[in-house]
Design a protein around this ligand. Structure first.
Ligand code: AP5
Length: 212
């Protein structure tokens, strides 16, 4: 399974990619998570990315391509991967073609479709676990105990870029810079569109059906 998830902020890429990765036993590679880890570790990359992410902009292509090139060369990505958040520009998509080449499994691309007004509500009410990465939503997927991760008991966090102003800027970046990536893959006939509105299990079923 070599799959790319495309979707606007809050469309459910992370939520569904984690499930699919478990189902197909391949790594879930989220560039957003990798950048947040770099920020938490206070690396040079993290210091450069932090203000860009907080404002809702995109981290420069050359940095992102370097990160993904290194990550995809790790042995666990040999049998396959689920990419979440990359590529986000056509420059990144073109470069990814040269990185992954023609593997034994075809590259597939899945675009989650969710209207903008739903996305703002989803992101502003999202909470996540800093330890295991579990994703919650205060209304649609709340933790059993208020603000505590069901799996490991860690205190949940609210991402600094999950405020309405930053989400609107991320949406603008998605429309301007990432939708052309969907067009790029549509022209190659490898893009599937999936309705991302509905209960989590129903969306997962749609995804599995579209991949069958
Ligand atoms: P990233 O972390 O990738 O953020 P994003 O694309 O904005 O996506 P999100 O993580 O916000 O949402 P998601 O689609 O994963 O939704 P989730 O499953 O959590 O990137 C962050 C930043 O890093 C970027 O803005 C950029 O600055 C930088 N960056 C990253 N990659 C880059 C790249 N390649 N190039 C340049 N810069 C890069 O779900 C959201 C919420 O909705 C959750 O609360 C969830 O519980 C809930 N939910 C999910 N599905 C449903 C459903 N069906 N019904 C109801 N609620 C649902």
């Amino acid at each position: 399974m070599r799959l790319i998830f495309i979707g606007p902020p809050g469309s459910g890429k992370g939520t569904q990619a984690k499930r699919l990765a478990a189902r197909y036993a391949v790594p879930h590679i989220s560039t957003g998570d990798m950048l947040r880890e770099a920020i938490a570790d206070d690396t040079a990359l993290g210091r450069q990315a932090a203000p860009i992410m907080a404002s809702g902009g995109l981290v420069p292509d050359d940095l992102m391509i370097g990160i993904i090139n290194d990550r995809l060369r790790k042995p666990d990505a040999g049998p396959g991967f689920i990419l979440d958040g990359f590529p986000r520009t056509t420059v990144q998509a073109e470069k990814l073609d040269t990185i992954v080449g023609n593997g034994s499994d075809p590259l597939r691309v899945l675009q989650l479709l969710v209207p903008d007004d739903v996305l703002v509500k989803r992101t502003v009410l999202r909470r996540s676990c800093p330890e295991c990465g579990a994703i919650y939503h205060l209304e649609s997927a709340p933790p059993k105990t208020d603000m505590v991760c069901d799996r490991d008991g860690a205190a949940l966090i609210h991402r600094p870029d999950d405020n309405e102003e930053s989400v609107r800027k991320r949406l603008e970046a998605f429309h301007r810079q990432t939708l052309p990536v969907a067009t790029y893959y549509k022209a190659k006939h490898i893009l599937r569109e999936v309705d991302g509105v509905g209960p989590l299990d129903v969306v997962f079923e749609r995804i599995e059906k579209s991949l069958a």
